[in-house]
Each structure stands twice: as C-alpha cells, then as structure tokens.
Design a protein around this ligand. Structure first.
Ligand code: HEM
Length: 509
C-alpha cells in the first residue's frame, strides 16, 4: 500500500468517526480530543468564532477543561473560566505560576519589559518605576491635558467634519489614531498627527497599522507548533514575514521618537512638556540613580513598546465596543445623556473642561464602561505556565510545565459569576441602591487581570475612556451603519474584524 493510500484510509476513518459522533451527540462534538490530532478539527471549524466557541465549551465543562493539541506539538493547554481556580493560580498560589518560556518566545517583541518579565527582581523594579511615574501629580496633569487637547482640537473637529460631509467613517480606526497620538504625547511629548482634524486629510500610516498585524500573528503563535512558526520566521515567509515588516515599521518609529529625529510633520511640545512625559520621567528617575543599569535606547524602546502594547489598542478597542453597544441599546445612551445633563462638567465659555473630578460624578457612564469591558475585554485571554504539579480548588490536576489559559472573555459571560442575565448589557449591575459604584473584586471583573500582575494603567484608562465618551456623547449622536457586520477579529486584542462603520450627527444638550 502506498503512503497516499494510507493517508487516504486514515482520513476516511476520521471522517467516518466525525459523522458517527456528530449523529450520536451534537453536544459532545464541541470538544473532542481526537487520538493523534487532538482538538485540531474542532479548533479549525471554530477559528472564526474562537472566543465564543471556547466560552460554550467552558460553560459545558463547568469552567475548566483540557484542550489537547496534536501529538508532539506542545500546543495542549488547560482552559479556565472559573473564578475560584483563576483566583488560586493568579493570587493564592501565584508562586507556582509564571509566564514561562513559551510566553517569552511568543511575546519576544516586548523585549525585557515588565510584561515579559518573570524575574521577581526585574519585575518589582519595573513595577515600582511605573507606579512612581504614573502616580506623580505633574504626570497626571500632563496626561489629562494631552487627552483634552487631542479631543478638543482633533477628535471633535474630525467628527464634526464627518457629520457635515454626511459621510460614513470607521470609528474604530478614528479611535485607534486618537489613542496612538495621545500615547505619543504622553510617552514622548509630541503628537504624530495620525488623526487629522479634517476627514479628507486621513492618510495611511504604516507604523500605526503595525500593532494590529502583530497582535494577529501573536495569536497564531499560541495555537500552532512553535517549531512551525519559528521555521516560518527563519525562512521569513507567511504570517511571520508580515510580522517582521510590521515590527520594522514600528521599531523605526519608536527609535526615531526616542531620539526625536522625526521630520517636521509632528507638532512638537514645549521643553516642560517633554520633561513631564513618561520617558522623560523614566530618564530622570534613572539619572537620579533609581534602579540598576544604564538607560540604553533598547530599554527605552522596550518600555515605549510596552506602553503602546498595553494602552493604545486596549483603549481604542474598549471605546469601539462601547459605542457599538450604545447603538444597540439606545436606552442606555439616553440615561448617560441625562446623567451628563444633570452633572455637567465645567463650562468655560464655549469650551468644555473634562476634569476627572467632574467625571467622577458620571456613575452611570462608569457602569456602562465596566459593562463593556466585562463583555468585550480588550485582552481576551491570559497565558501562564505551572512550575510544579498542583491541584486546583475544583480538584483538577495540573502537571509541571503545563500551559494554562484563562479566558477573560469567557469569564465575563459565565452565569455562575454574573447570573442568568450575564449576556445582557446592564450598567445597573455596577450601581448600588445609594447610587455609588459597586466594588467588584478583580478575580471576578478580570478585564484588567488579577493578582500581582494586575494592570497598572487601570485608573488612567477609565479617565481617558470617560473623557472621550462624555465629550462625544455631548456633541454627537453616533449610529452604526445598518447591516455593518460586527465580529471580533482573531487576535490577542479584541478589535473588530471589519472596523465600526458609523454615521455621525450633531447633538446639543
Ligand atoms: C482599557 C484599557 C486596558 C486594559 C483592558 C488593560 C488590561 C491589562 C491586562 C489584562 C493586563 C495583564 C497582561 C499580562 O500580564 O499578560 C495588563 C497589564 C498591564 N497594563 Fe494594562 N490595560 C489597559 C490599559 C493600560 C494602560 C493605559 C497602561 C499604561 C499606562 C497599561 C499598563 C499596563 C502594564 C504596565 C501592565 C503589566 C503589569 C505587570 O505585568 O505587572 N494598561 N493590562
């Protein structure tokens, strides 16, 4: 018998077994760990709706189950969406769980940054430095002023122009440009002007496109054998070729920004603003003798890249899902508008000042943003690795050196965690009878991760999202174009696959 006949016979048996199983039990078919090829067929069938598929599987198996990859590929993992188990691995027994070597390989592009660090010394030192900078009053002021400037001088005029032209615009792209520019202002002290103030001045900017491409390839690296993607990388073909090109664009931009050697097209900030920007403060801290080692350009690049990776896409993704949900739930939009009317924000002449003390009064808006992050967490899953064998609180056994993936997306949709109405968008669930925001522990509301590796930028993210949402809702009614498909892109960041096409009309409240 020839090899082709053998393969043909094997495939026929698999098809027969597949049909046999599907007729016997449709539910069981959700997750069949086949001999040799493991979950590959189920996985391939559900590639386009991967997050929803994993959620259904995890619900079916009580929140914890094993996804067995093909033999000898090192792609098997334990999937989790059970808050007790997740609290255990991220907090109670976090000493036994690390990001691990597979994570470091997949996220190599982050360099020696805080995200990628497993060494307690380096991680603690970086974390303290982030806290020192983000906690400074001068940094917070600079942060708020940068967002305010960008909203007032670009985002609002841009959408005004769109409404006057009666055009359709991709709101996700506009938010992505907005967060890219504001991240640069905060990090480096200059605005690269990716978001113009006129609709017809939109131009394609390769370095701005880099992150979404890289995030997509990073997701593939999770699920295909590492030997395969490493070979692709070495041969510079396929997805890995796309990754390399995207990284080159972004790295060139970052190194030029660090040394400030761009052309003239950027709006430069004052020397004072430059000193107060994130990297300015990091350099000052290092010069004062904080932390070990020199401030090399590579270190500054890794820090800048981390800030982009952490903050830029997460915020633009959250804002896009927020406006899509409002378009789907007009009653929620009405309540937010009413809240803005009742508490409005300091009015200085014609100018609206978005101070965070005023934003704190917008409790319903806060609840709506939490609800968005629960249903559409920008980072949909987390990846860690066990050191020694362990037993999870649910009784599940974990062998040493096992990959565990906990799905933040699925955890936001579990009935055991959020109740029977978990699929509904209900900002009210975040508000107490007295009208305050209810504190929800981070192992339940996991969009910002939980345990020691919890997000450092959570408070700043809320300020930024509330500033943008309040300013836009006060000025515009944003409606998603009828029939526009909205589905998540297959990526480590929950962006929308087809963007968010919207129509904009002016509103005055
Ligand atoms: C909606 C916005 C955001 C969301 C949903 C979010 C979510 C997350 C999540 C899930 C992690 C854990 C990642 C991991 O360990 O693999 C994380 C970590 C981190 N985030 Fe955020 N983030 C957001 C915005 C930001 C912003 C604006 C900044 C910067 C100011 C930031 C800085 C960080 C840093 C430095 C870490 C690493 C913490 C550590 O490893 O100890 N994030 N974030």
């Amino acid at each position: 018998m020839s090899i082709i006949q053998c393969i043909g016979g094997f495939v026929t048996i698999l098809i027969f077994l597949y049909i046999y199983y599907s007729r016997r039990n449709r539910d069981e078919l959700l997750l069949i760990n086949w001999p040799i090829i493991g979950i590959l067929p189920s996985f391939l069938c559900h590639l386009s709706d991967y997050h929803d598929y994993s959620t259904i599987v995890l619900k079916r198996y009580g929140g914890t189950c094993r996804f067995q990859g093909p033999w000898f590929t090192n792609t098997s993992f334990i999937a989790l969406a059970d808050q007790m188990n997740v609290n255990y691995i991220t907090k109670k027994n976090c000493g036994n769980y690390r990001k691990g070597s597979k994570y470091h390989d997949i996220f190599e592009v982050l360099g020696g940054s805080i995200f990628n660090s497993d060494s307690d010394d380096v991680w603690k030192q970086e974390k303290t430095m982030f806290h020192l900078v983000l906690g400074r009053k001068s940094f917070k002021n600079m942060f708020e002023q940068s967002i305010q400037k960008k909203v007032e001088n670009y985002l609002i005029p841009f959408l005004n122009d769109v409404s006057e032209a009666g055009a359709h615009v991709d709101l996700q792209d506009a938010f992505n440009r907005f967060t890219f520019d504001s991240s640069c202002m905060i990090l480096f002290g200059f605005d690269p002007n990716c978001l113009p103030n006129k609709f017809n001045q939109l131009r394609k900017i390769p370095y701005k496109e880099s992150l979404p491409v890289m995030e997509e390839v990073i997701l593939y690296r999770h699920f295909i054998p590492s030997s395969l993607w490493k070979l692709q990388k070495w041969l510079n073909v396929g997805q890995e070729k796309k990754f390399k090109v995207a990284q080159e664009y972004l790295d060139r931009f970052l190194y030029e920004s660090i040394t400030f050697s761009h052309g003239e097209e950027q709006s430069k900030c004052s020397d004072e603003e430059m000193d107060q920007c994130f990297l300015g403060m990091v350099k000052a801290l290092k010069n004062e003798g904080y932390g070990k080692g020199e401030i090399s350009e590579k270190y500054l690049r890794d820090t800048a890249f981390t800030m982009f990776f952490a903050g830029n896409g997460s915020i633009s993704s959250a804002l896009s899902w927020f406006f899509w949900l409002l378009s789907t739930y007009p009653i929620v939009e009405e309540k937010i508008i009413q809240e803005i009317k009742d508490n409005w924000l300091t009015q200085e002449g014609n100018r609206i000042t978005l101070r965070h003390v005023d934003l704190d009064k917008l409790v319903y808006l806060h609840g709506a943003i939490c609800e968005t992050l629960r249903l559409y967490p920008p980072i949909p899953f987390e990846h860690i690795c066990s050191i020694k064998s362990d037993i999870l609180p649910s009784g599940y056994h974990v062998s040493p050196n096992t990959t565990l993936i906990y799905s933040l997306y699925s955890m936001g949709r579990m009935e055991q965690i959020w109740g029977e109405d978990c699929m509904e968008f209900k900002p009210e669930r975040w508000i107490s009878e007295r009208g305050d925001i209810i504190h929800v522990p981070s192992y339940k509301f996991v969009a910002f991760n939980t345990g020691p590796r919890i997000c450092i930028g959570k408070d700043l993210s809320f300020i930024q999202m509330k500033m943008v949402a309040a300013a836009l809702l006060q000025k515009f009614h944003i409606q998603v174009v009828e029939g526009h498909p909205v589905t998540p892109r297959l990526s480590v960041l929950l962006r929308m696959k087809h963007g968010l096409k919207v129509e904009v009309s002016k509103r005055s409240i």
